[in-house]
Design a protein around this ligand. Structure first.
Ligand code: ADP
Ligand code: ADP
Length: 218
C-alpha cells in the first residue's frame, strides 16, 4: 500500500507518520528528512538543495524525483510506504504515478491534513527535534519530559534552521501556490481523504485511524 501524506508545513505529518508506521507496518519516507540527510553527508544533491531549503522554496522536481525513486527502492516486497512531503508539485505527482504504474502499483490513499494558516507558524517555530533519534517535540503542545532533552535520553533537542518566522511565511506561500493544487489532482482520482488537523495530536491520530480503516477496507 502506498499512502501519500499531504499538508502544509508544520501541519503534523511527521508526528502522525510515527503512528502509521507502527499500526500499518509502512515504511516512512520523508523527502525533507532525506534532503537533510544529504546535506549532513555533504552529497552533491545536499549542496544543490541547500539554498532552496534555507529560503523555504522547493528543490527542483528532477532532483527530488530522482532522490525519492532511490528512497523507494527500500520498500520491501509486499509492504508499503507512507510518502511524507512528496509529491509537492503536480509534476512530481505525475512522475510518481508513472513510476508506480511500471510496477503495476499506484497511490492507494492520500491523507490531506488540513490546518489553518494561523496555527502553522506557532507549530513550526515551537518545533524541536532530537538530532540522534529524530523524535519530534513541541515546546508547548508536546513538550519533552525534561526541558530541551530527548525523552529517550539521546541528546539535547535542536531547532531546524528553516523553522524561523521569516522562512515559515515563504514555506506557507509556496505550499499554497505549488502544493495545494495536488488536492484537486487527487480528488479527481477519488482516493483522497481530508483530515482536520486543527485539533490535538491524539484527536488527529483517531481521525486518521478511522480514515485509514475505511479506505483500506473499502
Ligand atoms: P510536518 O511534518 O507536517 O511539518 P510536524 O509533525 O513536524 O509537522 O509538526 C510540527 C510541530 O507541531 C511539531 O513541533 C509537533 O510536535 C507539533 N504538532 C503536530 N501535530 C500537532 C497538533 N495536532 N496540535 C499541536 N501541535 C502539533
Ligand atoms: P515541512 O513539512 O516542515 O515543510 P520538510 O522537511 O518536508 O518540511 O521540507 C523542508 C524543505 O525541503 C522544504 O522547504 C523544501 O525546500 C524541501 N523539500 C522537501 N520535500 C520537497 C519536495 N517534495 N519537493 C521540493 N522540495 C522539497
Amino acid at each position: 500500500m502506498i499512502v501519500v501524506f499531504l499538508g502544509p508545513p508544520g501541519a503534523g505529518k511527521g508526528t502522525q507518520c510515527k503512528e502509521l508506521v507502527e499500526r500499518y507496518g509502512l515504511l516512512h519516507l520523508s523527502s525533507g528528512d532525506a534532503l537533510r540527510r544529504h546535506r549532513k553527508e555533504g552529497t552533491e544533491l545536499g549542496q544543490k538543495a541547500q539554498s532552496y531549503m534555507d529560503q523555504g522554496t522547493l528543490v527542483p522536481d528532477d532532483l527530488i524525483v530522482a532522490m525519492m525513486m532511490d528512497e523507494m527502492k527500500n520498500i520491501e516486497q509486499g509492504n508499503g510506504a507512507i510518502l511524507d512531503g512528496f509529491p509537492r508539485t503536480i509534476g512530481q505527482a505525475e512522475e510518481l504515478d508513472a513510476a508506480l504504474a511500471k510496477t503495476e502499483a499506484k497511490v492507494d490513499v492520500v491523507l490531506n491534513l488540513e490546518v489553518d494558516d494561523s496555527k502553522l507558524e506557532e507549530r513550526i517555530t515551537g518545533r524541536r527535534s532530537c538530532p540522534v533519534c529524530g523524535a519530534a517535540y513541541h515546546i508547548t503542545f508536546n513538550p519533552p519530559q525534561r526541558e530541551n532533552q530527548c525523552n529517550a535520553g539521546c541528546s539535547e533537542l535542536t531547532q531546524r534552521p528553516d523553522d524561523t518566522s521569516e522562512v515559515v511565511q515563504n514555506r506557507i506561500k509556496t505550499y499554497h501556490e505549488q502544493t495545494s493544487p495536488l488536492v484537486e489532482y487527487y480528488q479527481a482520482k477519488g482516493n483522497i481523504v481530508n483530515i482536520d488537523g486543527n485539533v490535538s495530536i491524539d484527536k488527529v491520530t483517531q481521525s486518521i485511524r478511522v480514515a485509514m480503516d475505511e479506505m483500506t477496507i473499502a
